[in-house]
Design a protein around this ligand. Structure first.
Ligand code: AMP
Length: 113
């Protein structure tokens, strides 16, 4: 199924892209919740983390490593940040293309809810 993120991958809609490889894309969240709020996605359209298989292990590892590299390049590696993957309704997922939120640039509260 085509999502807004697959349209960003295909350059059908614009995004502020900060990182790209043949397998991974990262761009600024359109509605940032912190000074740094980047979405890191695999180009492969996996709808939710529930749909990931053992075959996707390396790809999902690359998503996390890309987030780490982006955090470093944006200068928040030492101050710290949070990586978040929301899943389905209770997780607050709204775009059904697997993505990892990289959030930082300020002290984050720890109160999921
Ligand atoms: P989630 O709620 O975990 O599914 O996260 C989806 C995220 O995508 C939200 O934080 C939205 O603000 C973000 N988003 C939706 N549309 C766009 C877009 N066109 N460009 C960038 N970020 C977007």
């Amino acid at each position: 199924m085509d999502t807004i993120f697959s349209k960003i991958i295909k350059r059908e809609i614009p995004a502020d892209i900060v990182y790209e490889t043949d397998e991974i894309l990262a761009f600024k969240d359109i509605d940032p919740k912190a000074p740094v709020h980047i979405l890191v996605i695999p180009k492969k359209p996996i709808p939710t983390i529930n749909d990931a298989t053992a075959e996707d292990a390396e790809l999902i590892g690359k998503v996390i490593l890309a987030a780490k590299d982006i955090a470093k390049s944006l200068g928040i590696a030492e101050s710290g940040y949070r990586l978040i993957m929301n899943c389905n309704k209770d997780g607050g997922q709204t775009v059904f293309h697997l993505h990892c939120h990289l959030v930082g640039g300020r002290q984050l509260a720890w109160t999921p809810g």
